[in-house]
Design a binder for this molecule. Structure first.
Ligand code: GGG
Length: 355
């Protein structure tokens, strides 16, 4: 049984998430795993009904999710002109990440079709890396603050606040991930103090994994490498802000952020949540042209996590076949709508299963 809390959130979520959920339903019919899900309207819908992005007990609701569900599927939270700026991101998105302590945000970057990358001469053999972004600390630690707001002396401090235990566990997660997936190299991408927490702990933990090549790369150099020599990039572990930026570079070299999924994990917990890497895309809300593939690939990651690799692989093959057929949204150079792409993925899924 796969029990999922579906939380669309804001912006284009309400266009892409139905396609991800319908794809899960089709996979459930074809591959015969039990599926149960419940949709929660936190974010823009809740705000328009009640004036709040979520009910007062949202924190308890989030911490209680693992007692009812195996996983959550989230859309996006952030800028949406219908909601006060950033409220859902703070309450729902950070609630999921920090409230459940899902500290490792795993963002695979694989080229699904050689024609999609803007990188000259690079193929799917070259573009296959994973960014593991620290998900609960850094600039999202909530520490820091403001001073003399509204005066000419207004100031703001938003530190990159990292803890020893927090850095240690995400680096350990990256090495374990590399070992379990047969990956060869883990690089830490940061630009902290020369003997700071990230570089010191990376050295200690890499020494415990002699079979995995380890590299310390400045974050700017990592961004450069992802574009000029992605074949040298394998598993990248990074602090929160750097990981967010690098995974968008990953989205770009894949052809679009609209293809990039993510899963958020805690190695000690039997619950994870999955989402597209992209945000709310305020410039195209309501137009029906957002690419649903990242959300569909997030659903695919969820099925992998829950031990349904056959269904998960079938979804990926269906996404690839849909791209090959040219039924793609404008971010990939096509003119299909969100719903048409979702429908094409489901048709490919059925065709591949002989239906
Ligand atoms: N699906 C990931 C997502 O919603 N990203 C948007 C984001 O990072 N929002 C945070 C913010 O706006 O502060």
């Amino acid at each position: 049984m796969v029990r999922i809390a579906v939380i669309p959130g804001d912006g284009i979520s309400h266009e892409i998430m139905p396609e991800a959920v319908k794809t899960l339903e089709t996979a459930h019919e074809l591959y015969e795993f039990a599926l149960d899900y419940e949709t929660y309207d936190f974010g823009v819908e809740h705000y328009l009904k009640t004036g709040q992005v979520a009910p007062d007990d949202i924190d308890d609701f989030i911490t209680g999710l693992p007692s009812t569900f195996d996983a959550a599927l989230f859309g996006a939270g952030g800028i949406d002109p219908r909601v006060p700026s950033g409220e859902s991101a703070q309450v729902v998105l950070r609630g999921l990440r920090r409230g459940l302590d899902l500290y490792a945000n795993v963002r695979p970057c694989r080229l699904l079709n050689d024609d999609l990358t803007p990188l000259k001469g690079k193929t799917s053999d070259d573009i296959d890396f994973v960014v593991i972004r620290e998900n609960t600390e850094g600039y999202e630690s909530g520490t820091g603050g403001t001073f003399k707001v509204g005066t000419p002396l207004e100031s703001e401090i938003r530190p990159e606040h990292n803890t020893y235990a927090g850095v240690r566990r995400v680096i350990e997660f990256a090495f374990d991930f590399a070992e379990q997936r047969g990956r060869k190299q883990v690089a830490v991408a940061e630009k902290g103090l020369p003997n700071g927490l990230w570089s010191r702990l990376f050295e200690v933990i890499s020494a415990q994994h002699p079979d995995i090549e380890s590299r310390h790369v400045h974050v700017d150099t990592m961004a450069y490498l992802m574009i000029t020599a992605p074949e040298l990039v394998d598993v990248v572990v990074a602090e929160n802000r750097a990981g967010d930026i690098l995974s968008d570079v990953g989205g770009a070299v894949q052809g679009s952020r609209g293809l990039a999924p993510a899963g958020c994990f805690n190695a000690e917990k039997d619950f994870a949540y999955f989402e597209p890497v992209h945000g709310t895309a305020p410039d195209i809300i309501g137009q029906g042209i957002a690419n649903p593939m990242a959300a569909i690939m997030a659903a695919k990651m969820l099925l992998d996590y829950k031990g349904h690799p056959e269904a998960a692989n079938a979804i990926e093959q269906a996404v690839r076949a849909t791209i090959d057929s040219g039924t793609v949204t404008s971010d990939l150079g096509g003119s299909s709508s969100t719903a048409q792409v979702g429908e094409a993925v489901r048709e490919a899924l059925m065709k591949n299963a002989g239906r």
